[in-house]
Design a protein around this ligand. Structure first.
Ligand code: GLN
Length: 278
C-alpha cells in the first residue's frame, strides 16, 4: 500500500494515498473502512490492485477505475465518454434544491446533464420534482440514461432524458414559460487552458471547451433558459475560477434577468452565477 501510494505520488497523482486505498478496497470489493482490519490480500485481488495502480499511474481518473462517482446522496456510474461529476457542483445543486423547497411538482431542467448528477440528485432529494435532463453528446447520453434507469430501480421518480443542444432555440418548446429552475454545469473551459491529464484525456471535450473566453456556450444558452423559465424562475450556472465577474456581466448584458449574483465554492473561489427571470 505504501509502495502504491508512493508510485502514484511520483506519477503526479494529487491524492495518492487516498486513491491507493480506494483502489485496494475496489480490488477487494470491500468498503475503504474495512482495509484497516484486513490481515492479508488474496493473490487475485493483489493482481487486480497492481493493474489498477498501473492505470491510475497513467492518470486514468480514479472514478473510471472504480466505475463510481459519489455526488451528494448518490453514487453515479461513470466511465469513458462521460464527464466525472465534481464536488464543486454539489453546491450548485443544493442552491437549486433550495429554490424549489416549498414547491409541489416543480419543473426543473438540467442543461448538459452528463452522468445525470444534478438532475438525479434533484429528483432524489425533492420527491415529486419533474426533472428533465438534456445532453447533446451521444457518448455521454448513454450514461445519463443508464444512471436514470438505476435511480428508477432504486425507487426515485423517473427523470426525463432528452438528447439536445442547450443552445438550440427550439429545445423543449413544450416547457416554455413553465420551468421553476434551469441549472447547468456547461462546458466553460477557455480554449487553450492547460488541464490535468485526467481531465484533458478522459473527460469528453464537449463537456469542457467553451470558446476563447469559455463563455460561448453560456451566451447561447441564456435565450433558451429565459424562454423556458416562468417569471421569477431561477437560473444557476457553474463557471471557472476566473469567470466570477465575466459570467455575471454576460448575464446582466443579456437583459432578461434580475438578481444576478455570483457564489463562491467551499474553497472560497468564485464558482456559480445565479439570476432570476425578469
Ligand atoms: N470543472 C471542470 C474542470 O475541472 C470543467 C467543467 C466544465 O467545463 N463544466 O476542468
Amino acid at each position: 500500500m505504501g509502495e502504491a501510494a508512493r508510485r502514484l505520488a511520483a506519477a503526479g497523482v494529487e491524492s495518492a494515498r487516498v486513491d491507493a486505498e480506494l483502489l485496494l478496497a475496489h480490488a477487494l470489493a470491500v468498503p475503504r473502512s474495512r482495509l484497516f482490519t484486513l490481515d492479508d490480500v488474496p493473490d487475485d485481488a493483489a493482481g487486480r490492485f497492481a493493474e489498477l495502480v498501473d492505470q491510475r499511474a497513467d492518470r486514468v481518473p480514479l472514478q473510471h477505475l472504480t466505475g463510481r462517482a459519489p455526488f451528494r446522496q448518490l453514487e453515479l456510474a461513470v466511465g469513458p465518454g462521460v464527464f466525472v461529476p465534481r464536488p464543486e457542483t454539489e453546491q450548485l445543486t443544493g442552491w437549486a434544491l433550495e429554490r424549489i423547497v416549498d414547491q409541489d411538482g416543480p419543473l426543473v431542467v438540467d442543461l448538459g446533464s452528463g452522468s445525470g448528477a444534478i438532475a438525479l440528485s434533484i429528483a432524489h432529494e425533492h420527491p415529486g420534482a419533474r426533472v428533465t435532463a438534456v445532453e447533446r453528446d451521444p457518448g455521454a447520453l448513454h450514461w445519463t440514461r443508464h444512471n436514470a434507469s438505476l435511480r428508477v430501480g432504486a425507487g426515485d421518480t423517473p427523470i426525463g432524458v432528452v438528447q439536445g443542444d442547450m443552445t438550440d432555440p427550439t429545445l423543449l418548446r413544450e416547457l416554455d414559460g413553465r420551468v421553476s429552475v434551469v441549472v447547468s454545469n456547461p462546458p466553460y473551459v477557455p480554449d487553450g487552458a492547460v488541464l490535468p491529464q485526467e481531465v484533458a484525456d478522459h473527460d469528453p471535450p464537449l463537456a469542457l471547451w467553451g470558446g476563447p473566453d469559455g463563455l460561448d456556450v453560456v451566451r447561447g444558452m441564456l435565450a433558451v433558459a429565459a424562454r423556458l423559465l416562468h417569471t421569477g424562475g431561477w437560473l444557476g450556472i457553474e463557471h471557472a475560477d476566473q469567470q466570477g465577474s465575466s459570467l455575471p456581466a454576460v448575464v446582466r448584458a443579456h437583459g432578461a434577468w434580475t438578481d444576478v449574483e455570483d457564489h463562491p465554492d467551499l474553497a472560497g473561489r468564485p464558482r456559480f452565477t445565479t439570476a432570476r427571470r425578469a
